[in-house]
Design a protein around this ligand. Structure first.
Ligand SMILES: Cc1cc2nc3c(=O)[nH]c(=O)nc-3n(C[C@H](O)[C@H](O)[C@H](O)COP(=O)(O)OP(=O)(O)OC[C@H]3O[C@@H](n4cnc5c(N)ncnc54)[C@H](O)[C@@H]3O)c2cc1C
Length: 343
């Protein structure tokens, strides 16, 4: 039998950021990765403190931004790479009244450090009413982040490339196959609905499509947003996405969503483009829009880390530390994020 401090199930943002906390604190662990393409791996990786429909912000946004810089510096110490890309979100205004709303909100205490009043006129895309820049927004290099983190985990013998089977947990001896563990953390995204220990937690799948496109002419180096995000991946390749769909539960690509993306891009980009790839995955969302962290009712060393919604990077990085501190340092969980709210 191999003994570890932790088993982590799932290697999206939740699992990988929690693994980072364990690497940092020199805990022993195994992380199970079923090699499915996760929502995390196809995400845009945008870190944006402003809700771009209403120009509001959200709970603990500044703490999350500050911690993002800390965690990526820590990760850089062992991957030798910086995954934070210093590119701001610019939101194209639909009309003049949006611009007025932005200006009004920019006076508010919690928004003034985010909503820039130096409006931008983009040359490369349609923006009749101009665009507003979100200060402190950025994005991460998603593909290299997962590539490097998964190979680091594999090289250091943390990664188990197989689907975790809940039926094989022995809850008396706290073991799984030939591994005994002190704690187990389920970071399964929407697959949490099949986890017999946490299937009653109301995770709502929200299907998202995104495109990889080739553009004929390069837009400015921003994360351009009207309906969806548009930004450069490399050379003439761009990311465009994603859609939101709470109803379609099939795993296939949906033509209507691809059409929505195509017409969204045509609406702003008047030059030729070519779709290279379409990706699809499910976000794990929660009705109250708060992540879900905490302990199983009965099994006191079984934990869930889920419900990261549309903010996988902020929520995954920030709350991985919250969860670690809860487990190991007896810090309380805010009731808004504690899984107890569903018991
Ligand atoms: C199109 C799109 C764009 C997005 N853009 C952004 C963005 O710009 N910024 C942002 O912050 N967020 C974005 N998100 C949201 C973000 O992707 C999610 O919040 C995040 O992926 C959730 O991470 P997670 O680790 O909880 O779940 P997931 O990413 O779903 O990862 C869970 C992993 O666990 C694995 N797993 C489950 N069960 C088992 C098992 N039994 N054994 C082994 N492995 C298992 C799954 O296969 C999966 O790999 C986007 C999402 C989509 C779909």
């Amino acid at each position: 039998m191999e003994q570890v401090d932790y088993i982590i199930v799932g290697a999206g943002y939740a699992g990988v950021f929690f693994a980072h906390q364990l690497i940092k604190q020199k805990r022993s662990f195994k992380i199970f990765y079923d090699e499915n393409i996760s929502a995390s791996q196809i995400s845009a990786g945008v870190c944006n403190p402003v809700i771009l429909k209403r120009f509001n912000t959200f709970w603990k946004s500044q703490e999350q931004i500050d911690y993002l810089n800390v965690i990526f510096k820590e990760i850089e110490t062992y991957t030798s790479k910086n995954y934070l890309i210093d590119e701001n979100v610019v939101r194209i205004f639909h009309n003049d009244s949006e611009k007025v709303q932005w200006t009004k909100n920019a006076q508010k205490e919690d928004l003034k450090s985010y909503l820039s009043l130096d409006f931008i006129k983009l040359e490369s895309v349609e923006n009749l009413f101009g665009a507003g820049k979100v200060n402190q927004s950025c994005r991460i290099d998603v593909s290299n982040f997962f590539l490097d983190m998964l190979s680091y985990l594999e090289d250091n013998d943390y990664l188990v490339k197989e689907k975790f089977n809940h039926q094989l947990i022995n809850t008396t001896s706290n073991s799984y196959k030939n591994i005994t563990f002190k704690n187990i953390i389920f970071c399964e995204g929407v697959a949490s609905n099949n986890n017999p220990f946490f299937s009653h937690i109301p995770i709502q799948p929200n299907k998202g499509h995104c495109l990889k496109v080739k553009l004929k002419e390069k837009p400015e180096s921003y994360i351009i947003k009207k309906k969806h995000f548009l930004f450069n991946l490399q050379d003439d390749e761009y990311y465009y996405g994603g859609t939101y769909d709470r109803f379609d539960m099939s795993t296939n690509i949906n033509d209507e969503s691809v059409e929505e993306l195509k017409s969204g891009l045509e609406g702003i980009y008047k030059n030729d483009f070519e779709i290279q790839d379409v990706n699809v995955a499910f976000r794990a969302t929660v009705g109250d829009r708060r992540p879900i962290l905490g302990k199983h009712q009965e099994h006191q060393n079984f934990y869930i880390f889920n419900g990261l919604g549309a903010r996988g990077v902020y929520n995954g990085s920030y709350f991985s530390k919250t969860l670690f501190d809860f487990i190991e340092n007896n810090l309380n969980l805010d009731s808004e994020i504690d899984v107890k709210r569903f018991y």
